[in-house]
Write a protein that binds this ligand. Structure first.
Ligand SMILES: CC(C)(COP(=O)(O)OP(=O)(O)OC[C@H]1O[C@@H](n2cnc3c(N)ncnc32)[C@H](O)[C@@H]1OP(=O)(O)O)[C@@H](O)C(=O)NCCC(=O)NCCS
Length: 186
């Protein structure tokens, strides 16, 4: 996306959110990559440093494809004007003694479309997908003080605590992370 101007025929509140099948994710790696680059360029702590290239970002998503194909993770995607503008990934714990647990990662909303409720809808969709798959204990971490932290708290996630100096933000400053969990049993 980056330099692409986002125009909308419909309000963002109508943007469809669905499970992106692995073959479609493979076909749309460039859009997923652009979304990840946009997040890093906006200063978000999403495991990468500033300067992430579209090729590197595509490599990250390519690495998720086997998990999408074998059913060990689910990628939710939001679309607007035919482009992927938001994601949330549910990764099932692989440990035999945690068949009820999953991690939520890559909660991303394009920087030009934030603060309109799409993040909250994506998170709700990811929680519902996890619950439908029998994963009722969800875990995630996020940069302390970030928009993500406010979003998770607002949606009823429980703050476990904060880990100081957990990771570098894209500009090389060490940041704390806040760990959350949510029990989504029906
Ligand atoms: C975290 C992230 C996914 C949230 O996405 P989002 O679409 O902006 O989320 P929402 O719109 O649901 O909520 C964000 C804010 O907008 C506000 N908001 C929601 N709808 C609104 C509306 N219609 N009008 C005005 N404000 C609105 C919310 O109250 C919230 O306010 P807050 O920041 O003061 O808490 C997004 O900021 C992002 O992609 N960040 C970069 C990547 C990242 O850090 N991800 C988390 C990693 S774990």
């Amino acid at each position: 996306m980056g330099a692409v101007v986002l125009t909308r025929e419909r309000p963002l509140s109508d943007a469809p959110i669905r499970v992106l099948p692995p073959n479609e994710a493979a076909r749309r790696l460039d859009e997923l990559a652009a979304l990840l680059v946009d997040a890093v360029e906006s200063g978000a702590s999403v495991n990468f440093m500033r300067g992430l290239t579209p090729d590197e970002a595509a490599g990250f998503w390519r690495g998720q494809l086997p998990g999408l194909a074998d059913g060990s993770r689910i990628l939710m995607a939001a679309e607007s004007s035919g482009r992927i503008v938001g994601t949330a990934m549910v990764t099932f714990a692989h440990q035999p003694n945690q068949p009820h647990r999953a991690d939520i990662t890559k909660m991303l909303v394009h920087s030009g479309l934030r603060r309109q409720g799409l993040g909250a809808r994506l998170l709700a969709a990811a929680e519902a997908a996890a619950r439908a798959a029998g994963r009722t204990l969800l875990v995630l971490d996020t940069e302390s003080g970030s928009a993500g932290e406010r979003l998770y708290a607002r949606r009823g996630w429980i703050k476990v605590g904060e880990i100081p100096n957990f990771s570098y933000d894209p500009d090389g400053r060490l940041r704390a992370a806040t760990v959350f969990y949510k029990d989504v049993q029906p």
